[in-house]
Design a binder for this molecule. Sequence first.
Ligand code: FAD
Length: 415
Amino acid sequence: MELLSHSGQPLDLIVVGGGAAGYMGAVTAAAEGCCSVLVLEATNKPLEKVQRSGGGRCNVTHACWEPEQLAANYPRGSRPLRGPFSRFAVADSVAWFADHGVPLVEEADGRMFPLANSSSVVVSCLKQAAKKAGVHILTKKAVTSLKYQGQKGFLVGCRDGSLFEAKKVLLATGGHPSGRYLAASLGHKIEQPVPSLFTLSLDAPFICACPGIALDNVCLILEASGQSFKEMGRVLITHWGLSGPATLRLTAFAARSLHLAGYQTELIVNWLGNSSRETVHSLLNSFRYKHATRTMGVVKPFSTFPKRFWIALLEQAECDPKKKWADFSRYSQNKLAETIVSSKYFINGRGPFGEEFVTAGGVMLGEVNLSNMESRKITGLYFAGEILDIDGVTGGFNFQHCWSSGWLAGKAIIK
Ligand SMILES: Cc1cc2nc3c(=O)[nH]c(=O)nc-3n(C[C@H](O)[C@H](O)[C@H](O)COP(=O)(O)OP(=O)(O)OC[C@H]3O[C@@H](n4cnc5c(N)ncnc54)[C@H](O)[C@@H]3O)c2cc1C
């Protein structure tokens, strides 16, 4: 058995998983005075997701300063996170990274990135902080068993046969099934994991024929498994359907319902946000008289629609773009207005994942004390990061939850 502490005594803390949450937990615990902290990482690349995150720039957090407002960005965990966020939230992350030599900057949409604009600086920062705090990191140590020995702490077994003893354990294995298995082996209930933050694959041939077009202020509505979801914002048209922030937010909030519905349901799109049929009708009425001699596909009444997209909408509404506005029938006008404010497309599955991908589901929150991330079932067992049944929308919220939960666990462990 490997003990790794100088005295031959069990280690103070073993962190299972060398990701964002695990590093934050380990560094905080060590900095608080935990003498022997060991991180066991299954792969040979700790912090791999941080490295790949945000398209290689790492969207560290989001400029959302109020705990309640911040918590609203978590489809799972929204209410329970208000407490933890009142102790460690965005301003604390910003200060933590600045103190460790990584100033963050805010982009126009609120996302926060390192000033150096590279995820490598975040990875180096966490690795250096761990080194400075005296945290040991062992790679290629996939933990396969976790045994609770009461007062004596935990026996942690790895796939290669090595065995470690620790007084406390922090499980921070992200969305990997092995972590959920370890938690379940100690009696924790697991909310079934399902994907979140994916794009939508649609039966929408006209729209999909104009990939690359981004539109702001689009309203998306879907109903799945008896629940309805609505999002408004920027969408990106792709050759398979829809992506962009509003789509990702919609699939995050509807993740579980969509999973239950087999990712097959109807999506209603108002391409003009909240505009009503009546508003669109009156716009079309005045436009057709004003531009009677002009061609419908050439002069368009909606300046925010790019031409390619406008023609796709006309074709979807069975209006010939080559016709003059004077020949635009009442029937066609009804059909076009309907297409603009209430296009119905069939969702035929998940599209590829966006830049970010997380698992919804994990260790059920009712069995964890979220003020210190300790298990309510097993003394000395802690959780942080994506292993918990908490996930955020895209934009830096998922890392924020890792920093918060890792920090809270690290602070509590020394006590
Ligand atoms: C491509 C991509 C880009 C993303 N970009 C962003 C972004 O810019 N901003 C943002 O907020 N979120 C982003 N996310 C989400 C974010 O990466 C995750 O929410 C976050 O990494 C979760 O951190 P974690 O520490 O809980 O888990 P992870 O980062 O997954 O770390 C868990 C670690 O545990 C290890 N492990 C698992 N099982 C075991 C075991 N049994 N024994 C030992 N080790 C084990 C894994 O190898 C891994 O290293 C992105 C996700 C992806 C996939």
